[in-house]
Design a protein around this ligand. Structure first.
Ligand code: KG4
Ligand code: ZN
Length: 334
């Protein structure tokens, strides 16, 4: 009998629902929130309110598009953490109430493990063991993946996440939130070597991005003292140079991780893996180093419930269910 699951993701600013049957995604509906644009970052209180408004229609559409009847569902999965507490509470309360009314169990999913398992939605799928560079607005880590449910973090950021580095740099340039995609856009017409930003020397496989933000701040301040239109005149080159530095920080650690583990199956996940410069760099570097590289479709790079459903499917097969008393966790152990 096929395993049918509904999954809900609400950890940050996307409300998403997905239906899976026997390891295949039947639907994946996501409502993004643009109320945060004017504030330069996600405002937790506004995010929870928007989830509250979006969750019923998003789940409805996901169910309808899947063609699945509610009575056919075997379990409901939701993101337990990490994420914004108010946002997580909307998804978890909804999922638990629905599971209770349908008399089926719940499955709780770690958002970061789900980003890794997004690689099993489409073909080609990575072979175990593989390395996954997860780069999002909240996290930057290199994960060594031995099996669907067996993975460990071998490197991570000690301060800002890569997505934050993009977004905070964009904010310094006067661009709206989230600035990552805008930096990507301007960088396409710029010279990546026009300006130099330093690469931090971090031990082992760890990352740091806060120094980059500070160097950009001083760089812009000094140049604007000489020419107040410096940013407008050089937007493409500044974006290309910032993007180049963020990418090389990520790439150098990924190369080191591959050399140390001997693993050449290389995957990237999370919102920042939508970045065209990073995608190109991984492919180009991969060709040189004989890597097999895996980059999910755009809709599975950013936050989505399909990846939660995929993680939940493997947890279901491993009999990993949670009691209805379970509560979300803002900071969650990997
Ligand atoms: O995974 P995600 O959707 O949400 C989190 O779990 O954080 O990632 C969002 C992050 C934001 O920081 C956004 O600026 C960044 O991904 N991002 C990008 C691009 N698209 C999204 N950064 C650089 N280039 C892009 N094209
Ligand atoms: Zn995410």
């Amino acid at each position: 009998m096929p395993v049918n699951l509904l999954a809900i993701e609400s950890s940050c600013d996307e409300t998403s629902a997905s239906v899976l049957s026997d390891g295949k995604i039947l639907s994946n509906e996501t409502a993004s929130q643009n109320v945060h644009e004017q504030y330069g970052g996600v405002v937790p209180e506004l995010a929870s309110r928007a989830h509250q408004q979006n969750i019923v229609p998003v789940v409805d559409v996901a169910i309808q598009k899947s063609g699945m009847a509610l009575s056919q569902l075997h379990a409901i999965a939701f993101t337990l953490g990490p994420g914004l507490m108010g946002s997580l509470l909307v998804g978890s309360s909804f999922a638990k109430a629905m599971a209770q009314s349908l008399k089926i169990p719940v499955i709780t999913v770690n958002h970061l493990k789900a980003h890794v398992l997004a690689h099993f939605i489409d073909e080609p799928k990575p072979q175990f063991p593989f390395l996954c560079l997860t780069v999002s607005g909240g996290h930057t880590q290199i994960v060594q993946v031995e099996d669907y449910l067996k993975m460990k973090v071998i490197g991570e950021t000690t301060d800002d996440a890569a997505g934050e580095a993009f977004d905070k740099s964009a904010k310094l340039l006067g661009l709206p939130y989230p600035g990552g995609p805008l930096i990507d856009k301007y960088a396409k017409s710029g010279n990546a070597h026009a300006f130099h930003f330093p690469e931090p020397q971090m031990p082992q496989l760890d990352f740091s991005f806060s120094g980059l933000k500070t160097s950009i701040l001083y760089f812009l301040r000094d140049n604007r003292q000489k020419d107040e239109n410096f940013i407008e005149k050089n937007m493409n080159d500044i974006c290309a140079s910032i993007q180049h530095r963020i990418i090389t920080i990520l790439l150098h650690k990924l190369i080191k991780a591959s050399e140390e583990t001997g693993i050449k199956e290389i995957a990237i996940a999370g919102g920042v893996s939508a970045n065209s410069g990073l995608r190109n760099a991984i492919v180009t570097e991969g060709e040189k180093r004989n890597w097999k590289t895996y980059i999910p479709r755009f809709e599975y790079c950013t936050d989505n419930a399909a990846m939660i459903a995929m993680a939940a499917y493997h947890q279901y097969l491993a009999n990993d269910f949670a009691p209805l008393t379970v509560a979300p966790v803002a900071r969650m152990e990997f």
